[in-house]
Design a protein around this ligand. Structure first.
Ligand code: NAD
Length: 471
């Protein structure tokens, strides 16, 4: 990114403007409770959030309309929104770093992805053969508060639907910026409304009202199950739920792997974004013959990680999202330490919600009871003859989001890729990232319904008779 942007960021940093975010609806918002938002790195107050009241939800539902503009006009407006996102990079960086605690490289990647989603769905909207479904509820997580939020909305709008957007509790300001820019670009208010508030109240209302004709959701598998039940009880049968959910992601490093490359990719996959990525590596399997070397190198590489304020360009690992997340993850690592399974743990800054990156010994992925959404990596070893069992154990988790493999045996890559159930498989590289358009992202099994976001079949799910295809 260029120096001018950095300068703008610096200005925003030294004179942070307190913000106030409220429901953005096509009508008068009454507003409910007011909450204080805090910067996870410092604990400082950064703004106020007026939550949507029950009356606001009702007003928004009553006012919601599909987007009547013809497809070419919709595409033009979504592209204009992408332009506005780019013009507002400085302010959006500032928000992503202060509200979500993301490092600058992570914030840059997030903005690029958000812009790519807007342009990609705009470009493909002309290929749709069927009309919009009606009104979509879009529910997003805090860990990609702009990219996933904007991607869901852009797809629903590109197909001509109206959208009721429910952002994550902890990132309403980023969401409000996105909505304002989309409105400024020309999306009508009746076609896009924002309802900040708790998932179990506002999210629940927006997934159980008969006026909703589809739900796009990204978040945990447990929440997806709640939503599925609410939809089954209240909405017309066949109402689509497009869900992108959690993962228990593994990587295999065999004895032919290049250790330096593997270490760099393991560290990036486990600890970037403080491990708060659905794609993050959770369980590393290293072949026994090289396990001692990899373990020592990994500990050394962890010691090099700089923890701290996401604003500093040198920071590798920022805070986790809330004090509650910090306490839960820390308790999990403490329990592993008490059991004698902790291999290594860094120390953390005393302010804010930091969690020390940790390495924990396990027998295999079956020992992981749940997705621990933070900078915690589990390490297992395997014997060469047990490779098939490792793959079977990974599949047996029922999740299927990302999977990584480091090997120099060419036909092993294909063999394992064929055997592993995962939406995204990465060979000899880190296991993060997706490229809108060319490397779409999504999971199987407990990790999501598909089709993959940023892929050719995603948009059709937002129309009346989607093609029965998967990517
Ligand atoms: P979460 O499930 O707690 O919350 C996600 C969203 O659902 C939030 O907006 C929340 O308010 C809302 N919600 C909560 N309860 C609800 C209910 N009963 N009805 C309707 N909405 C409700 O998840 P999170 O903590 O925000 O995000 C982290 C999770 O998201 C992790 O499991 C991660 O793996 C997953 N994730 C998956 C992907 C993917 O592409 N597969 C991407 C990012 C995050």
């Amino acid at each position: 990114f260029d120096v001018t942007e950095l300068a703008r960021i610096e200005v925003a940093r030294t004179r942070p403007e307190p913000w106030r975010v409220a429901p953005i609806i096509a009508g008068e918002a009454s507003g409910g409770e007011v909450e204080t938002a805090r910067n996870p790195a410092t604990g400082d107050e950064i703004g106020k959030v007026v939550l949507a009241s029950q009356a606001d939800v009702e007003t928004a539902l009553a006012a919601a309309r599909p987007w009547a503009a013809v497809v070419g006009e919709r595409a033009k407006i979504l592209n204009r929104a992408a332009d506005l996102y780019e013009e507002n990079f400085g302010s959006l960086f500032a928000l992503i770093a202060t509200e979500a605690g993301k490092t600058l490289p992570d914030a840059v990647a997030e903005l690029r992805e958000a812009v790519d989603f807007l342009r990609y769905y705009a470009a493909r909207a002309g290929e749709l053969v069927d009309g919009p479904r009606g009104i979509f509820t879009c529910i997003s997580p805090w860990n990609f508060p702009l990219a996933i939020f904007s991607g869901q909305i852009a797809a629903a709008l590109a197909a001509g639907n109206g959208v009721l957007a429910k952002p994550a509790e902890t990132t309403p300001a980023i969401a409000a910026w996105g909505v304002r820019l989309m409105h400024q670009a020309g999306v009508p208010r009746t076609a896009l409304q924002l309802l900040p508030g708790p998932g179990r109240v506002v999210g629940a209302a927006l997934t159980s009202d008969a006026r909703i004709s589809g739900v796009a959701f990204t978040g945990s598998t447990a929440t997806a199950r709640h939503i599925q039940r609410a939809m089954a009880d209240n909405l017309a049968p066949g109402t689509p739920l497009i869900a992108e959910t959690g993962g228990l992601n593994a990587m295999i490093v065999d004895s032919t792997a290049l250790p330096e490359q593997a270490i760099r990719d393991i560290v990036a996959s486990s600890f970037q974004s403080a491990g708060q990525r659905c794609s993050a590596l959770r369980c590393l399997y290293v072949q026994e013959d090289i396990a001692d070397t990899i373990r020592e190198m990994l500990i050394g590489a962890m010691d090099e990680l700089a923890l701290g304020d996401p604003w500093h360009l040198s920071t590798d690992v920022g805070p986790v999202i809330t004090a509650q997340a910090r306490d839960e993850i820390t308790a999990y690592v403490d329990a592993a330490e008490a059991d004698g399974r902790l291999i290594h743990r860094l120390t953390v800054p005393q302010t804010g919600t930091f969690v020390a990156p940790a390495l924990i010994a396990v027998g295999g992925i079956a020992d992981l009871e749940r997705e621990v959404f933070g900078p915690v990596l589990h390490l297992a070893t395997f014997k060469a003859r047990d490779l098939d069992r490792v793959v079977a154990d990974v599949n047996a988790t029922g999740y299927g989001l990302t999977f990584g493999l480091h090997t120099r045996i060419d036909d092993r890559v294909q063999k394992i890729a064929d055997a592993v159930h995962a939406g995204n498989i990465y060979a000899n590289r880190n296991q993060i990232g997706a490229i809108v358009g060319s490397q779409p992202f999504g999971g199987e099994g407990l990790s999501g319904t598909g089709p993959k976001a940023g892929g050719p079949h995603y948009l059709a799910r937002f129309t009346r008779r989607p093609a029965q295809v998967q990517d």
